[in-house]
Design a protein around this ligand. Sequence first.
Ligand SMILES: Nc1ncnc2c1ncn2[C@@H]1O[C@H](COP(=O)(O)OP(=O)(O)OP(=O)(O)O)[C@@H](O)[C@H]1O
Ligand SMILES: [Mg+2]
Length: 226
Amino acid sequence: MSLTLQNLSKSYPIRDGELTVLRDVNLTMQPGDALAILGPSGSGKSTLLYLLGTLERPTAGAYKLGDQEPFSLSDAELAHFRNRSIGFVFQDHHLLPQCSVLENVLIPTLADGGDSYEARARELLARVGLAGRLDHRPAELSGGERQRVAVARALIHKPLLVLADEPTGNLDRKTAQTVGQLLVEMHQQEKTMLIVVTHSVELARTLPKQLEMLDGALAPWCGGQA
Ligand SMILES: Nc1ncnc2c1ncn2[C@@H]1O[C@H](COP(=O)(O)OP(=O)(O)OP(=O)(O)O)[C@@H](O)[C@H]1O
Ligand SMILES: [Mg+2]
């Protein structure tokens, strides 16, 4: 159940031609692998995560996740596949303000009757240290707690792949460390594939492998400041 990207490219039409954001990106991962992607602002990191998350379609190239080629699916099939197979953690938690912590974690399961997932949601929330906050609304949580809910929500379906875009970007340094470590630990326990985009060298170093996005292509990361 691996991940393969072959010569993935993405261009956007612009007024005077075409803007190439990603060019011939190649990547292979196995279950249990985790990867940090660093790189300058505007280099294409979020664009790559959007493509891996199947939220955007590439201009060229092949993507295989598990036994599926997601971009060969219809929009409805793709939405189902994405919901089941890919978990997202964004910089901003994207929790629904009117729903409780427990309800927020169950949202990805609503399409197939959330009830049978409640035990798993409670277990995940206990593992991220929020067993005592199940009935809180997002506004009644700290920033770090909100990101921990987002981590639990991303894992509810035991996805093949977890994608995180600056997951600690809005947190102070100490909270960022805790949330970063939690993300890595949960990924190890769940044996997902994990890709974290970050400007934080500290967070990148908590992952076993780092790559750098430079002008739309993935390159080895040489350390130092992102
Ligand atoms: N819909 C779009 N149309 C045209 N250009 C776009 C579009 N989306 C992104 N871009 C361009 O693609 C480039 C890469 O954007 P992207 O968001 O992937 O960068 P990033 O590496 O995530 O940067 P940051 O670190 O600031 O988040 C940018 O120059 C951006 O202007
Ligand atoms: Mg970005």
